[in-house]
Design a protein around this ligand. Structure first.
Ligand code: ZN
Length: 219
C-alpha cells in the first residue's frame, strides 16, 4: 500500500503556501498506476491554486516493488545525515523481517540516481558492473575531456532495443550544462561483466551503491 502525508510548500513563483498530500512511499504492486508518474516526474507535483505553476514537492520517497523484491529510497538529505535513518515504517512493517532479508535495499540522494537505481533493478542488470561500466565510458565521451567523473554526472537511463538490431544501453551525462544522452552497445556491458569482480551488496541491508561504495569495495 502506498502512503501519503500532508505537507506545506511555498509556490516558487508567487509565494502562496500550498497545503498538499504527497506520497511518502509507493508500492508499485498495489498501485501500478504510480510507477509511470515516478518516471515522468509527475508524482508529488501540485498546481498552485493562485498562479497555476506546477510545484514539485521535494520530499523523501520510498519505492517498493514487492514482486521484484527491492526497495529504493530517495533521501534528499542522505549525505548530510549519515547514520540517521528514519525509515517509512508504515511501508516496511508490511514486509516481514524475514522477507526483508532477501530484498535489495538501496539508498539514493537525488532524483536522477533514484530513477537510475529503479531502472537497473527493473532490468535486472548487475549493479557493480553498471558502476564499473560508467567509469569506463565516462572517459570515452569527447565532451567530458578534462572533467572529473563524480558519479553524479553520469546515469544509466534504460535499454534501447526497439530501433536497432544491436541492443544499446543509454546513459545521461552532464559535463557542460544540459544533460545529453549517449548509447553504448550491450556487448560492452557483457565485456565488463566478464572482467569485473562480481560486486553484490548483501541482501537485506540498506546500501548507497555509488562511486564511493565502489571505491570502498576496491580498497
Ligand atoms: Zn503560485
Amino acid at each position: 500500500m502506498s502512503r501519503m502525508v500532508e505537507k506545506q510548500v511555498r509556490c516558487p513563483k508567487c509565494d502562496t503556501i500550498l497545503s498538499v498530500n504527497v506520497y511518502e512511499s509507493i508500492n508499485v504492486a498495489t498501485d501500478p498506476s504510480l510507477k509511470p508518474k515516478v518516471f515522468d516526474k509527475t508524482l508529488n507535483v501540485h498546481r498552485c491554486p493562485s498562479c497555476a505553476t506546477a510545484v514539485m514537492v521535494a520530499c523523501d520517497l520510498l519505492y517498493h516493488d514487492p514482486t521484484a523484491k527491492f526497495m529504493v529510497w530517495l533521501r534528499l538529505n542522505e549525505h548530510q545525515e549519515s547514520g540517521r535513518r528514519d525509515f517509512p515504517e508504515a511501508e516496511i512493517s508490511r514486509v516481514s523481517r524475514y522477507a526483508l532479508g532477501s530484498y535489495k535495499l538501496r539508498l539514493t540522494d537525488g532524483w536522477n540516481e533514484f530513477l537510475e537505481r529503479i531502472r537497473i533493478l527493473d532490468e535486472k542488470l548487475n549493479e557493480g558492473t553498471l558502476e564499473a561500466l560508467k567509469l569506463v565510458i565516462w572517459d570515452q565521451i569527447p565532451e567530458n575531456a578534462g572533467i572529473k567523473y563524480t558519479g553524479r554526472n553520469l546515469h544509466f537511463l534504460w535499454t534501447d532495443d526497439l530501433l536497432e538490431e544491436e541492443v544499446k544501453l543509454c546513459f545521461n551525462f552532464f559535463s557542460t550544462g544540459a544533460a545529453q544522452v549517449v548509447r553504448y552497445p550491450r556487448a560492452l556491458y557483457e565485456n565488463v561483466l566478464r572482467d569485473s569482480p562480481n560486486l553484490k551488496p548483501k541482501d537485506g541491508q540498506w546500501t548507497h551503491l555509488n562511486l564511493n561504495y565502489m571505491i570502498g569495495q576496491s580498497t
